[in-house]
Design a binder for this molecule. Sequence first.
Ligand code: ZN
Length: 251
Amino acid sequence: MSYFQLSPRLKEYLKVVEEETGMPVKILGRPDLGLTGARAAFNYHPLYTVVVLNSSEPRLSEDLERSVAHEATHGYILHKLGYCRAVFTENASEDVKMKANLLFSLVEDLVVNRIIQENGFPPFGTEYLPMIKKEIEVASAGENVGEKFYSQFTSDLELEDIIMVSRYILSWGFLRYYPLSREVRLILQEFLEVYSKAYPHHYPHAARVKEIILENDVFTAQGECRAMQEIMRLWGFEGMVKAVSTKHPTY
Ligand SMILES: [Zn+2]
């Protein structure tokens, strides 16, 4: 790729991912990743770990670097650790597939960000805290203002709910499972607090997902597979999607 030079640290990390999974990492650039604002994605492939970067959005090289490490780690937990991915029945619509995949990513991200942090990459990008501060502001102004803010990413109300739930879970996960500075913790705590008060139509979903994660240790493949089956039920997707591990067919 011409627009992105891999640093020695990232090269080293990708080499470990390739060795551990026995699969080459492929980094591709695309001008559009489907969801507004999406900057990078992991695409499942049985033979490769595929990382797709949004080539139309300029970003700081440290964020690009972190994104590549993050997406490649999705491949690592699937292919090496046997985490479950979503496998769909024939009657699943593209809409259900996209939403279910987002919910899988949301839970996997708790694991992926911790692994990259343990490997010397920042657990979140430079865009994250400024965004959370903005989200504190809109939540403080009430549910209507908040929903209007999140509607910039999608006009689909169910997808908007999933995005809002994922914002809560991501912050909650950082607070619960990561070593972070006091300053960062205070910002995340404030976000969770205003969120729980501001969003009576979304917080109950976030709270239920949080419970499911607490009941099933998602830092193990078995726990994640079980948690995902329950989360699929929560959204009514259970007849259309199965949580399937490539390594542990019995889950
Ligand atoms: Zn991710």
